[in-house]
Design a protein around this ligand. Sequence first.
Ligand code: PEP
Ligand code: MG
Length: 848
Amino acid sequence: MSKKDAAVQQYTSDICLITTDAPITAHTHGGRAKCMQRLVRLDLPVPDTVALSFDEVHRIAAGDAPDVSRILEHFADDQLLCVRPSSEDPDWGGPGAVLNIGMNDARMKSLSDRIGARTAAQLYVRFIQSYSTHVARLDPDIFDDLDMDASDLVAQFLSAYEDEAEEPFPQARGDQLRGVLRSMARAWEGTTARLLRQAKGAPADAGLGLVVQSLVLGVGPGECGSGVLQLVSSDTGLPQVTGRYLSQGQGRDALHSGVGAQFLEKDARGPSLEERAPEAFEQLKVHAAVMRSKLREEMQCEFALDNGQVHILDGMRIQRTARAAVRIVVSLANDKIIPREEALMRIKPRALNELLHRQVDAAAERDVVGTGVAASPGAASGRIVFSAAEAQASAARGEACVLVRRETNPEDIRGMHAASAALTERGGITSHAAVIARGLGLPCVVGASSVRFQTRKKRLVTPDGREFREGDVITVDGSNGDILAGEAPMVEAALNDEFKTLMSWADDERDIGVRANADTPDDALTALNFKAEGIGLCRTEHMFFQADRLIAIREMIFADGPEDRAAALEQILPLQRDSIAELFRTMKGLPVCVRLFDPPLHEFLPTDRAGLRDLAEALNLPLSDVTRRVEALGEYNPMLGMRGVRLGITVPEIYEMQARAIFEATLLAAKDGAPVTPEVMIPLVSAKREVELVKTKIDAVAAAVRTESGMDFDYLLGVMVETPRAALRAEDIAPHCDFFSFGTNDLTQMTYGLSRDDAGRFMSPYVNQGVFPEDPFHILDREGVGELLKLGSERGRAARPDLKLSVCGEHGGSPESIDFCRQIGLDYVSCSPFRVPVARLAAAQLAI
Ligand code: PEP
Ligand code: MG
């Protein structure tokens, strides 16, 4: 195209009538203009419409006079008009539409004959009002005192306008249109509007287009009115003709008017559009179906009737909940309107959380009394309790409760099992409470430090001074981090057939495995329901928090010497073996990776005086003795202290007992028809010698179990790469291993030198000031931690090409992190069971 042709095209496209071949795109004229052109191409009855490009509107906002003659040449002289915004993405909003442009004294008179004097006057008054507020920017209450039934209503409105604006109301349609265009263009460029749309994801320089359309009056003789119609429910996505219609109404009045708006289909509540204008109703349904199949989307159609004749004013992608969104894309794909790949791409993986958990009803009022980190999605209400014991008591009474703690420790797991939701003052996305809650599918908010947790006084004090005491009901919304007063209305989880279908399509596409982190048979069942391909991390220590088991572990910790310890471990062995065997049986032969004991031992000991007393009683030891030994086990920096493989090396009997439990469980499960090759994983490794020492012991236990049972079995031994040194020295470590699993929670903690349990306190300012782009415990830090993953993978595979690689930190469930895992060639990711569907869909989208 020559420069001159390009200039002509630019000129003609800046203001152009929407025809089938007008040069209109969503990037130059906005989504609405583009959609209107599609409707024109479908030969739907769309009123004449002129589109103004982003450039043209921008020039108007900057002060150029709108070239209204080039717009008006497309409309008859007495045609009333309306102007609507057309931003690139309809979700970014825009100034409100202005209707009835062209109303003036003369037009009111001429319309009076056709639609009646009163109706014509009302249209005029409506326009004066809208022009005053949106264009002349007058105070809307200047008309408040006027008598709407007065015979000289119009005169009163005109004079109120003139008094306030100090000029007569403009009579020329061109002047009115000029004013409307200018005010809409400027409104878009105002600071508030810009900040609002940026919050919705719009770029700073997002443009606004405008469309000027012949107005279908919606009032007058015969059946006149306006409304919206769609073919499915926005809540469920199920087929259901939905919408509102207002006879003798204009624009979107039907939606805003509580009085007089009618339903579309026959309805006991009043006459419907179907009864008033059956033919128009049938036509509208046909038009909406055409829009669905040709625009390849479930659309809401905005329409007006003029003496029974249908006009389609606009089409909009229907609003939808996540559950409706899934149903809609599956149905579009089943009807061959879109391919399956596109159906998969249209759903945001994280939106699935809305389906997997109960949620606060989006339509309900929210009495938010505090906020924290959204640590585990879903919402639940219950009475406040401040201890695990109270939570259990509450569950025993059949009462829903919310466990409120400053932070949780392993002892609280029992309470979390019993509670409906958890709330903590401290902690971030990988804190103990967050990890456990996600595993349980328990709604959880952590790090709610704006609320004062006065746990001794058993009360919470919110930033605005409201108090909530033990027994008061609150709602924890783990999907967005809100704490709400009282019991909020909920929407149930919806794992319907369409969800399952979409997930199966995702599995056909993805090229990275998805396993679940599951510690108990219950978790495993959830994992299996969500079609995890195995367990990528079983934290065995979590099998010991039931009261009867905890005491056995405590006895082991307090053992006086190897013999006593052996006796205590003897007690633990059958419990551990049975739990693991049950896990294997539940997983029906799918791979299960069992991690050997990881946390520091003192986590199993009581922290308060009453607990110490109970322990002394149970162990039949003096309180002073117990207190002294608990203190002796304390460490300055337990996360970097005596834990993980360090415990395995210094107290080898623990890992030996666990290895035996795993191997005996393997034999039990095989007998029950669930043959499995267990994967035994050593945590917190940093040197190859650690692996050599542990491997020798475990091989010896395997040999012993084989001899004792007379049965053979295989097992794989692997290392959890969660210290930077293990990643750097992967080449030394890999020859002793069958697999590596990157524990990105600890690896992030150690790479940054950032406590995963305390980072919540300063993460917000850090992210807000751009020190970190995101919370690195939430979204994998590709540049630092990711570099270690990459190095560790390359060096590990250089030494052992068939080394199996995975991630089992919380990042395994985040779509952005899965992208990276896939890029560096990991075999699978493992995440909390409830995040498995999110990971499956995210992985599919990355492969498409
Ligand atoms: C990790 O550190 O990434 C991990 C999965 O282990 P844990 O969270 O139990 O420390
Ligand atoms: Mg770890």
